[in-house]
Design a protein around this ligand. Structure first.
Ligand code: AMP
Ligand code: ZN
Length: 452
């Protein structure tokens, strides 16, 4: 049974699918105006561990991650470069997908881009206007009236009813009726240049929050299982997503919310605006591998702040070397009880709110015992653990991904050898070699590696 901490209830709850043994997961994705930094990747790696743990437990998954390709920053970037918005954002979309591969992050099922879903967003805003929950301001922007949605604040656990929300605001927010009201649609401004779409309220563009409500409901339904992001997304972004969706549909939007803590640098959040960030490329150019970076990002519990330091990458390099030396000695075959015990500990750890520090402790318990035994048929256990961690057989074609056809021949060969049918065993060895794999017979049974 897999348990996670739900930000909505602030308690540890079983995660089980609402329908069809499938978890429908929405993960807030990158704003594609620049290269993502490793703080952003902490969030995406956390979501990858979540995704893999769901699959590890035999559930199915449908994951959607949006690409924010229209907002102040993307518009500013495109206009400064004097190129169309789509051309400007394409470069960073491509970079993002390449970075996901570098970190061995599994692909989501859908990556919808905001600019491909403007009609869906306009439809959702129209619905809120029709219901009297949203209003148009003089300049042609549309705002969500937080007073009209009684549940506002339930995710952030803030009681807005007892806060002064009646005062009209000053300065550049004078168009709003209330301080807390947020833009669903932003009227076109001079600085938007060629970027804009026609709508019932005039030319403009969608607000950031409406993007996620519209696209999540399009691909996952009006009520779905799980929604995640970094802790900075919790308020106001996720609170606003709930308000927009639930005010429009009258149904619960999402059952479980999860948020990961920040990656910090010297105690401060790693962020573009503070300038204290490293992109993934900065680190790989310095000679660190995606595998080492993934190791560092997965090594802390997702709900705990993690301070970034180069010494952690050095430790990761050493730890991974220990793992590699151990898996090199490990063989195929039925796992001994001492290995199974570590797998049980591992399973309990990841199912206890994705406790990766404990999961790594189980992995290193397996390393220690395997070394003490001088090897052993434990590759299957490493592989199973790696379904979640994705660091053990990282980027290696070795035993990690022995094709099914080779596995079947290996099973047949094990049977032939058990029956002392050496001719058949040799024939199968050749057949396996013809598929590009070399078989080695050790005292723990057979193991394979790619020929080459
Ligand atoms: P953004 O592009 O700023 O919208 O961020 C994309 C994702 O990265 C969101 O889920 C953020 O919450 C997350 N994020 C941004 N900075 C950090 C950080 N320093 N540590 C962890 N997650 C972060
Ligand atoms: Zn979002």
């Amino acid at each position: 049974m897999m348990k996670v901490t739900n930000s909505l209830t602030r308690s540890l709850e079983e995660l089980k699918p609402l329908e069809n043994n499938e978890i429908r997961l929405y993960t807030c994705g990158p704003t594609v105006y620049n290269y993502a930094h490793i703080g952003n990747f902490r969030a995406y790696v956390f979501e990858d561990i979540l995704r893999r743990t769901i699959l590890f437990n035999g559930m199915k998954i449908r994951q959607v991650m949006n690409l924010t390709d229209v907002d102040d920053k993307t518009i500013r970037g495109a206009n400064a470069a004097g190129i169309p918005l789509t051309e400007y954002t394409k470069k960073y979309k491509d970079a993002f997908f390449a970075d996901l591969e570098t970190l061995n992050i599994q692909k989501a099922e859908v990556y919808p881009a905001a600019t491909d879903h403007i009609p869906e967003m306009i439809a959702l805003v129209s619905k809120l206007v029709e219901k009297g929950i949203a209003y148009k301001s003089e300049d042609g922007s549309v705002y969500f009236s937080v007073r009209k949605f009684p549940g506002y604040g339930k995710l952030a656990h803030i009681d807005f009813d007892h806060q002064k929300t009646g005062a009209r605001c000053l300065g550049d927010e004078y168009d709003k009726e209330n301080v807390g009201d947020f833009a669903l649609w932003k009227a076109w401004e001079e600085s938007d240049g060629p970027v804009g779409w026609d709508s019932p309220w005039g030319r403009g563009r969608p607000g950031w929050h409406i993007e996620c409500s519209a696209m999540s409901m399009k691909y996952l339904g009006e009520t779905f299982d799980l929604h995640t992001g970094g802790i900075d997304n919790l308020f106001p972004h996720h609170e606003n997503e709930i308000a927009q969706a639930e005010a429009a549909t009258g149904k619960p939007f999402v059952s479980t919310w999860m948020h990961c803590a920040h990656l910090r640098v010297n105690g401060e959040k790693m962020s573009k605006s503070l300038g204290n960030f490293f992109t993934l490329r900065d680190l790989t150019e310095k000679g660190w591998t995606g595998r080492e970076i993934r190791y560092v990002l997965t090594n802390a519990h997702y709900s705990q702040g993690l301070n970034f330091a180069f010494s952690a990458l050095e430790d990761a390099r050493k730890s991974l070397r220990r793992i590699d030396e151990c898996t090199a000695k490990a063989t195929e075959g039925e796992a001994p009880d001492w290995a199974k015990k570590h797998l049980d500990d591992f399973t309990a750890a990841v199912n206890d709110d994705l406790n990766t520090p404990r999961a790594y402790a189980a992995l290193f318990g397996l390393v220690r015992d395997t070394n003490a035994h001088g090897g052993g048929p434990v590759l299957g256990v490493f592989r199973r653990m790696d379904e979640v961690l994705g660091v053990v057989f990282f980027g290696k074609s070795a035993e990690a991904d022995v094709p099914a056809g080779v596995k079947a021949l290996l099973d047949a060969r094990a049977a032939a050898r058990a029956a002392k049918n050496w001719a058949e065993s040799d024939r199968l060895r050749n057949e396996i070699a013809a598929l590009g794999w070399a078989v080695k017979d050790g005292k723990e049974g057979q193991s394979v590696s790619p020929l080459k």
